[in-house]
Ligand binder design. Sequence first.
Ligand code: HEC
Length: 276
Amino acid sequence: MIRIGAIAVGLFFAAVVFLWSFVPGVITYFTEPTEKAAEYAFHEKAHGPEGGFSFDGPFGKWDYAQLQRGYQVYKEVCAACHSIEYVAFRNLEELGYNEAEVKQEASTFNIPEYNADVAEVTTRPGLPTDHFPPVPYFGAGDPPDLSLMTKARANGSNYVYSLLTGYGEPDPEKLAKYPEFETPAGLYFNPYFANVNISMAPPLMEGIVTYNDGTEATVSQMAQDVSAFLTWTAEPTLIKRKQTGWPVLGFLLFATILAYLSKKQIWASIKPRKKD
Ligand code: HEC
């Protein structure tokens, strides 16, 4: 008993010392609150396009024409700097291209391959089974692979849309409040990027692609299309997942009713209904 008492007393004092160690920090927190960096003031929350994406919500669906336009934007604009290495050419069939089109598409890409005969890396035309090749980049910054980008950022599809449409000048009112804030040379102000200065120059400008289906290639339209495409690359089974959810919920509801009825059946003899 005495031993347990001694341990308890020891623990009590250890706890007091431990908790006391936080006191100076708590005092400083209130007396000298840390000032947030100016970036916090300029940062804005991502939002989707007006009207949202076709795949939003529990009944969302892919808009295949949009995914194809998004692929075109990726290929003609983003692919200059960004790879999508987790996507294979044959996956493009899911966007509504047929086998011959995919074969043709793949063959327009050069795939690097180690060639043992000459002990060098050489290139060959792509096959449907190949993945999109890595993209060499020698500019400023480090363009990340975009295959999983919409999953790698919170609210990813909306984030990519906001990022692409969000370039501009810092709010003058906020600038007056934070005069020390600046966008360093070589970076671009974008309030949706984590630290609001990004090394990617605004990649989209009106009419930079020409859509086959006659859709007008505004910046907002292209941003929306390529965000949809990147949502597909990150989660091609998104719609299937949503659709599977409904039968699963239905089954769970059915199983719950069954469980309730069998519970009533089992307890019926033990807890008879009150007779009155
Ligand atoms: C000229 C090269 C270039 C082009 C073209 C380009 N990007 Fe980028 N991108 C970059 C660089 C560099 C970065 C890294 C930025 C940084 O970390 O400051 C980047 C970063 C990004 C990011 C990541 C932002 C984050 O949160 O980390 C996304 C998303 C992105 N680009 C999407 C696109 C899309 C979509 C397109 C096509 C419409 C595109 N980019 C075209 C160079 C480019």
